[in-house]
Design a protein around this ligand. Sequence first.
Ligand SMILES: [Zn+2]
Length: 96
Amino acid sequence: MSFVPIICGKTDWDKEYAQTAQYSSLYCPNCHNYSVRPLKRKEFIAIWFIPVFPIFWGKQLVCPICNWRQDFKNDEQLQKVVHEQNNIRQAKTGGP
Ligand SMILES: [Zn+2]
């Protein structure tokens, strides 16, 4: 009788959400850099490096500097975040 080990792991994909400047360089509440961007993310449980079972499928705001992440549901929610951030930025710089 032989034993074949099953290699079980996790694979994930990050895909660019949108190529617009509006959504890039958002404020990160964790490390205080303007480096956060939205991504489409998929995480799977993988057996023998073949993805078999999804454990996360959604959209996230991601900071590549400190690895901060926050889920968001749709465009509307993202727009709201962008809008709020613009207000904060204008208040700080004293812009129009
Ligand atoms: Zn950060």
